[in-house]
Write a protein that binds this ligand. Structure first.
Ligand code: HXC
Length: 514
């Protein structure tokens, strides 16, 4: 055989392999509104940047044959997003339903090991039926090996999972161990046990979508961080998230020239907080006006909406933003919002992303459902995450910072670097009405006109105790600022904190109240 013939032969082999499970199954995949494993990689990565590994690994149990070669049900390799390296695996549903065999597991493990050694993120595109049933314990062993690598890579390189089809059984735990999960709306489902098993065990009737669809996990369980319509959109959003992140924990996030002047003042910030302190406003509006170009990538947008978290830039530098949202539940902190914010702060801390916190919360949500659900432990996660974080931490109190929530939301006492307040800030142990009811109980009981006395006492409490000046007089607040200067003050703080070098006491690891 001449060299040219050999190359032609190799090319033919590749063409066959690229068809995965064959044209008929590709048509079925497209018919479901789904792309193939290779089409997805093309959309995810910079054009022409993908280099595949292990294309010639044969389907488990098959042998090399001249006329018919089928490769394993995953495409793996590396490529670039905006010129920066990333390792990728993309499960091929057209080959044995994208299920996990030993060779498939080995392909995934190889790129995870490379990612960890070379300090670059891993993106996994998941579309498969979990452990390949015919492989028995070997498939379970492979999952275990992948989980271990997910854990070892956690906090070292960012790991992003994109679920674009079914993910059942073992297939959900690898994504669950990664930093972010994207799901496509209407075409992806994640569950440990599917509707048939649930029906058999509990008698409960539930559809695939109700049980494990993107919106179920984005709004109810919180397992999904981004529920996106359409695969192309979804992969674009993955690229967008990637643009905010460093390649690994030893690097800073990339600087991006945004063209937005750090000195820009925003007049509207003066009018955002309503004069009536009981009225809500949208904290997102504050965020949009402060960050570069109004570009804010919200994480967990549908989950625990009383807390906002996400990525943005100020002066071209990536920051993580945490904010109470007065529009939902008046911004109180509950179990889900504590978990949401704590996990986000820890991600930022692991990857050198400064945390900017906007505070307006009446406190932790009271009630038996919260207490029985463990708000004590879950709220403690938030305190833990802020206190532990060594990245630059800047906190701005916009309006209410009452009780434990004052402490928990990035207070000076949890080692925040710069704590500012707007003149509208109300920092106190609790809101005026409940406080007056407790501390003036006997005065109210003796009053001839209870309502008038209460109104006077409330007004007096607000003036004397519920403002930013007592905290500022103690140094707990570094300055009370003109809201219009928020952006420039944060930009200056980030510049001042660029050389921050803080460490935790030596330990194996802490014991986060899980
Ligand atoms: C082997 C599988 C498979 C699997 C699918 N296929 N899942 N083969 N092992 N786990 C095959 C099917 O037999 C079929 O082959 C092809 O893939 C496409 O599957 P369909 O069922 O036709 O597709 P669809 O109707 O779209 O349904 C997709 C599905 C369903 C929802 C994923 O296939 C399914 O429920 N699969 C089983 C899911 C599951 O329970 N997995 C095991 C989890 S246990 P043909 O040749 O007929 O086209 C697990 C343990 C790990 O993962 C635990 C670690 C902690």
């Amino acid at each position: 055989m001449s060299n040219e013939e050999r190359l032609n032969h190799l090319e033919q082999l590749r063409e066959q392999i690229k068809l995965g499970g064959g044209q008929r199954r590709i048509d079925v995949q497209h018919g479901k509104g789904k792309l193939t494993a290779r089409e997805r990689i093309r959309l995810l990565l910079d054009e022409g940047s993908f280099e595949e590994f292990d294309q010639l690994v044969l389907l488990s149990g098959s042998e090399y044959a001249e006329d018919k070669v089928q490769s394993e049900s995953v495409v793996t390799g590396w490529g670039r997003i905006d010129g920066r390296p990333v390792y990728v695996f993309s499960q091929d549903f057209t080959v044995v339903g994208g299920s996990l065999s030993t060779p498939m597991g080995d392909k995934i493990i190889k790129i995870m090991d490379l990612a960890l050694r070379n300090g670059a993120p891993v993106i996994g595109l998941n579309d498969g039926g979990g452990a390949r049933i015919q492989e028995g314990v070997d498939a379970l062993a492979s999952y275990g090996e992948i989980f271990t690598r997910n854990v070892l890579a956690s906090g070292v390189v960012p790991q992003i999972s994109v679920v674009m089809g079914p993910a059942a059984g073992g297939a959900v735990y690898s994504p669950a161990l990664t930093d972010f999960i994207f799901m496509t709306q209407g075409t992806s489902q994640m569950y440990l046990t599917g509707p048939d098993v649930i029906k058999a065990v509990t008698g409960e009737d539930v559809t695939h979508e109700e049980l494990g669809g993107a919106m179920a996990h984005a709004s109810r369980s919180g397992v999904c961080h981004f529920a996106i319509e359409g695969e192309e959109n979804c992969l674009q959003e993955v690229r967008r998230l990637f643009s905010f992140l460093p390649l690994n924990n030893m690097e800073d996030p990339p600087y991006v020239e945004t063209g937005d002047d750090p000195e820009r003042r925003d007049e509207e910030l003066l009018r955002i907080v309503p004069e009536d302190e009981g009225r809500p406003y949208d904290m997102r509006e504050v965020i949009y006006r402060v960050v570069d170009g109004g570009d804010f990538m919200e994480v967990h947008a549908h989950f625990a909406q009383n807390m906002i978290v996400g990525f943005a830039r100020i002066a071209g530098q990536t920051i993580g933003i945490v904010g109470n949202q007065p529009l939902y539940l008046a911004g109180v902190i509950d179990i889900d919002s504590s978990r949401k914010a704590a996990r986000f702060v820890r991600f930022c801390d692991a990857f050198n992303i400064p945390v900017l916190t906007f505070v307006d919360t009446g406190g932790f949500l009271p009630g038996t459902s919260q207490e029985y659900g463990g708000i004590i432990s879950h709220g403690a996660k938030l305190v833990y995450a802020y206190a532990e974080a060594t990245v630059p931490k800047i906190t701005i109190i916009i309006r209410k910072a009452y009780g434990g929530a004052y402490d928990a939301m990035g207070s000076k006492h949890l080692r925040a670097d710069l704590n500012l307040a707007w003149p509208t800030a109300m920092i106190a142990v609790m809101g005026p009405e409940p406080a007056v009811n407790i501390i003036y109980r006997s005065e109210l009981a003796a009053a001839s006109d209870v309502e008038e006395t209460r109104a006077q006492l409330v007004a007096d409490y607000k003036e004397r105790l519920s403002n930013p000046y007592i905290a500022a007089s103690r140094g707990y607040i570094d300055d009370v600022i003109d809201p219009r200067d928020t952006r420039v003050r944060v930009a200056n703080a980030l510049a001042m904190l660029r050389t921050k070098n803080d460490h935790l006491p030596p330990k194996k690891h802490g014991n986060l109240p899980l």
